[in-house]
Design a binder for this molecule. Sequence first.
Ligand SMILES: [Zn+2]
Length: 507
Amino acid sequence: MAYEKDRNYPVSTVAVYLRKSRGEEEDLSKHQLILTELCEKNKWKYVEYKEIGSSDSIELRPVMQRLLKDVEEDTFDAVLVVDYDRLSRGDAGQQDRIKKIFKKNGTLIITPNKVYDLNNDNDDTYTDFQGFMARQEYKMITRRLRQGKKIGARQGKWTNGSPPFGYSYERYRNKYNQKGLVINDEEKDIVRYIIDKALEGDSPNSIAWDLNKQEIRTRQGKLWSNVAIYRMLQNETYLGKIISNKQKGDGHKIKKASAEEFRRLPREEWVIVENCHEPIITQEEFDKIQLMIEKRRKIPTSARTNKGEFTGVLKCGVCNHTMQIQRRKGRVDTIKPCQYHDQLGEKCINRGGVLQPVRDAIKEVIIEYKKEILAKLEGASNRDIEYVTKQLQQKYKEMKKYEGALEKVLDAYELGDYSRDEYITRKRKWADKISNLENEITLLEKELKSQEQINDEERLYAITYFLENIDKIENIQDRNKLYKTLLDSVIWKRIGDEEPYLEINFL
Ligand SMILES: [Zn+2]
């Protein structure tokens, strides 16, 4: 709890710079461990800068260049390196440049043994690390704190809006001297429960059902969905990290004209600040869960591979979800019982059945439909668009009249021309007329719309094509396409011992 004691301590966000020295084959991970442990111990938030090459020249060290740019922008209180050399080696000109940048913002250079403050009068003065930590004479650094930082995200400040479930956001230090993302005890227990269930192998779906059954709700008081659980299990914020710069551009549906096209950035470009707040999950647990999620994703579910004959057409008459077909060699094709589970994990009660009668029924209905259309095209019953439009215009005029009349009744009542009873009777008369007229208008509008959408000749052509081809086409995907030229949906319902119910809806 060193951090809480030294709460005025100026160092809070640091950069960890890692690079190989020339001729040194030593693994960087050892250095990484030393420096990150230093951060953890002192509760510093940190961003890692890892250089792959080992050149001395700044020009050949792209990560160093990025670091210098960030230091120039006053992003960090200090930069951590295993030894001072690691940072500043190079020719005299380059050394000078580096020193200038560190001086300008008073950014410290911290090694496990020493702290360098290039702003002290003597060039390159350093103090030993222990001494530095013990004394608080570096008050001048607080100057920068008063000025405020420019880049919130790089300093591990929470800038992503509502904090993830499990955390609250404290804008100012609370009574425990915490700021930023702070554990929300009640929610944290639920997050831990979810993590433990996931570690036991439960799927996001079954975890959501479990929570919903226990009447545990989301922060918005809603039921949990598998997507919410899935996102939570992949959220690195629970590791104590704050990640930004994951995407560029505007992800909103309604874009400003000037907005940049939305795209996800590769992980190398993300800004990952570690040790920002108390984690709820360990890295080990997190990695294990990612592996389990990955494995589960690889199991092909029939839903994903099913690009079948009735995909997107055959729907459950109980829950309205898509129903699946089972095709097995040497057996008749069947409709599988509805696979949908509601948010409490209850399976839909709709049963399956044999598929062929459904195919036959669809064909029969389509043949009937063809007859109907033929009759319509020949007969006088076919009211054309012009006629319906005229009728509608007439009705709109009438509506205006009725509404005017109703208004007059209101005026007259307000002026005292009517008794209350009289008023009510007259008002009702016009209100009824208006309501009847509204119904007529709705029907006419519907008729006009369906006539405009697809005219009868076109429909007849599609039906003829369907009937000529549906028994010839073997490929199920082509059959699916053909069904979709005519059908909006086919609803299947079979509950208990009841006869199956079928409803065929045309486009
Ligand atoms: Zn269903």
